[in-house]
Write a protein that binds this ligand. Structure first.
Ligand code: HEC
Length: 640
């Protein structure tokens, strides 16, 4: 969003296009040309004084009901003030608050954003053109690459050849920092010396992994959140290298969500394909490639649709399988039956069910069983499908569901309910989606198990053939922002679990935990050390272990929402490296001076080619602050 505002289209025009669905779903394929774009500061938005008269009554009537005082997952006024106006605008036009902002004009939304953030719009003068790489050598994969969300099919988030050791890890220092407008969702993919990253602002980058210079930038009209998948497929693009990603959501009333293939050497678009349609469609989890097919998880923001007077909910989670030779959809399989009309809400709007079961995470592939595993999100209606908050196995060939093991029934959750007009009947559920990818582990006795963590804080282990529960164990109290929010990792021997417990209050027990995958026994548990934040007030600074961890032989890397990234010894949890990404500002390689870091959430550290990469400055509902500009930090031994 933020990035789009600095382009030539006038912001209100663009916003209205976004809100009313007139933007073409085809991205302007302006990779190389756009790379030379010089960012200019955005035209000043309304001043605080100007925002006041319009915004205060708007806030009181449209927003205060959930935000003052804050109810459920909603951030309170202080947490909202910690955000930049760009992030609030993003949430209202493109994000979780889209339903709440329905009917507002672009100008009203801008005013609200300034009012809520208590700051005017600002973006740095980023001169991307200054840092184009001089050459773009051919991509050369190495044994130390990191591809996609989990770096492998089994969901392990494991780097077998890190090029780092017990003696070199404590010497990790920032080698380069890269700034870009728009909140950071994606996790980098690193293939040899090429790094690929998406952003919610719409820019897709290929950077030199060792120096951070820009090989190309592709400007898509819609932001992206998925990690890019890059592969060599001769003939599939002019260079034979292809990068795949999905856009942030479908635009407009029809909500058409696309996937794109770019030439990974130039950023030029090779093809795009419509994957699904729904007004609240969203691609969050990263796709995986297996045997000529791209498997795409499909999610939604319809959980915010409770405020819609015309009724709710019609979305159901799904997996799509795309043939990469023909770029066509081979199958699309929904996790539950098609929603049917059920009743009218108090304002006469049509209600539907069952609905929900969004798939937020990257799927896990079991080549031996020809199966794909996911966890599903909560239910949006009172109609019980048995398929929300479930672990499910799909047949790779046909998309048929082989088994589904529901772990939480009746989790009927919508933001703003029970006050909103289109709420499920009866008591609200606890909001215990699965957000973290399954991890397929082979135990020492040769048996395979599928393990997965839930926002309830439970980690489950099920039989991959039948879905039968083998063990389950609570990591903490669980809450609408986890429990296990984004991830687990495994070195094959242990499971490493990040437990957030962000909204669990005094019962919360955040931390990094190592489990024995055979029986769920705790090997060690380390709470995030309490330290001061450099970017938030004492009330909003939280040291929450929410982002996904990543493993390498002997060590685990994990970040916390106070902006810390740490390395832990795998055998005992001893912290051997602890870096405060908010403890300094960065002069970034692309010309932004004094760029601060921020919180670390969602995506985890990427370990590749003797370096470690992390985003710092995630803006999202799971955290209490963030920057309009995010920084990608690259660490190497002694910063060399
Ligand atoms: C029906 C209740 C409700 C109403 C009304 C509401 N919000 Fe929210 N808001 C929430 C909840 C719940 C969240 C957290 C969303 C999540 O965690 O997915 C949230 C999150 C946010 C965020 C953070 C989103 C992010 O991605 O970081 C912003 C900003 C926000 N709301 C602004 C507003 C504004 C401005 C209004 C008025 C136009 C508004 N909200 C109206 C419930 C509400």
């Amino acid at each position: 969003m933020a990035l789009r505002l600095v382009k030539t289209i006038a912001a209100p025009l663009l916003l209205s296009a976004l809100m009313f669905g007139s933007v073409s779903a085809q991205p302007d394929n302006a990779g190389e040309a756009a790379a030379a774009t010089v960012f200019t500061p955005v035209a000043p938005g309304p001043t605080l004084a100007a925002a006041g008269p319009v915004a205060a009554p708007l806030f009181a009537s449209k927003c205060a009901g959930c935000h003052e005082p804050a109810s459920g997952r909603a951030p309170d006024r202080e947490q909202l003030r910690a955000r930049p106006p760009e992030a609030v605008l993003d949430a209202l036009t493109d994000g979780v608050m889209r339903a709440q902002a329905e009917g507002l004009t672009p100008q009203q939304i801008r005013s609200l954003a300034v009012f809520v953030a208590n700051k005017t719009f600002s973006l740095p003068n980023t001169r991307l053109a200054d840092n184009m790489c001089r050459t773009n050598p051919v991509i050369r994969p190495t044994a130390s690459s990191w591809s996609g969300w989990a770096n492998g099919l089994a969901g392990h988030r494991f780097q077998p050849n890190p090029g780092l050791t017990a003696t070199s890890i404590p010497k990790l220092k920032v080698k380069w920092a890269f700034a870009y407008p728009g909140s950071a969702y994606g996790q980098p993919t690193v293939i040899g010396d090429h790094l690929f990253i998406s952003s919610s602002g719409g820019a897709i980058y290929s950077l030199d992994a060792k120096t951070g210079c820009v090989h190309w930038r592709h400007d898509a009209p819609v932001g992206a959140r998925t990690t890019l998948i890059v592969e060599h497929r001769p003939g599939a693009s002019p260079s034979g290298w292809v990068a795949y990603y999905g856009d942030l959501r479908g635009i407009g009333a029809q909500g058409v969500g696309h996937y794109y293939a770019l030439d990974a050497m130039t950023g030029a678009q090779v093809w795009s394909l419509e994957i699904d349609r729904h007004p609240y469609l969203r691609f969050t989890g990263s796709p995986v490639i297996f045997r000529d097919r791209l498997y795409i998880p499909i999610s939604s923001l319809e959980e915010g649709g409770g405020s819609t007077a015309s009724g709710c909910c019609t979305f159901t989670g799904a997996i799509a399988a795309v043939d990469l030779k023909t770029h066509t959809i081979v199958w699309k399989s929904r996790v539950m039956e098609t929603p049917h009309p059920t009743r009218k809400n108090a304002q006469g709007g049509q209600m539907y069910g069952p609905a929900g079961g969004a798939i937020w995470m990257s799927p896990t592939i079991d080549a031996k069983r020809n199966a794909l595993y996911v966890g599903t999100g909560d239910s949006y209606s009172e109609i019980e499908s048995g398929r929300a908050d479930a672990i499910e196995a799909f047949d790779l060939a046909t998309g048929q569901i082989k088994w589904a093991t529901q772990v939480t029934a009746g989790d009927n959750y919508m933001s703003g309910c029970p006050r909103a007009v289109s709420c499920p009947l009866g008591a609200a559920g606890p909001d215990f989606d699965f957000g973290a990818s399954p991890v397929l582990v082979t135990l020492p006795d040769g048996h395979d198990i599928v393990t997965i963590g839930q926002k309830s804080s439970f980690v489950y282990a099920v039989d991959p053939d039948t879905g039968r529960m083998i063990w389950k164990k609570a990591m903490g109290a669980g809450s609408p922002l986890g429990g296990v929010e984004w991830g687990m990792a495994s070195d094959g021997r242990f499971l490493f679990v990040a437990n957030s417990d962000q909204l669990a209050g005094t019962r919360g027990d955040s931390g990094l935990i190592a489990l024995n995958p055979a029986n769920g026994e705790t090997i060690w548990r380390v709470p995030p050390p309490k330290v001061s934040c450099h970017f938030l007030t004492s009330q909003t600074c939280r040291n929450i272990q929410s982002a996904a961890p990543s493993a390498m032989p002997g060590f685990v890397f994990a970040g916390t929402t106070d902006g810390r990234i740490r390395a832990y010894q795998a055998r005992d949890g001893k912290i051997v490296w602890d870096f405060d990404t908010t403890g300094q500002t960065y002069n970034t390689v692309n010309g932004v001076k004094n760029q601060p870091g921020g919180n670390i959430d969602v995506g985890g550290p990427v370990i590749a080619g003797s370096m470690v990469y992390t985003m710092s400055g995630y803006v999202g509902p799971a955290t209490s602050g963030g920057n309009a500009v995010n920084v990608l930090l690259a660490f190497s031994v002694d910063g060399k």
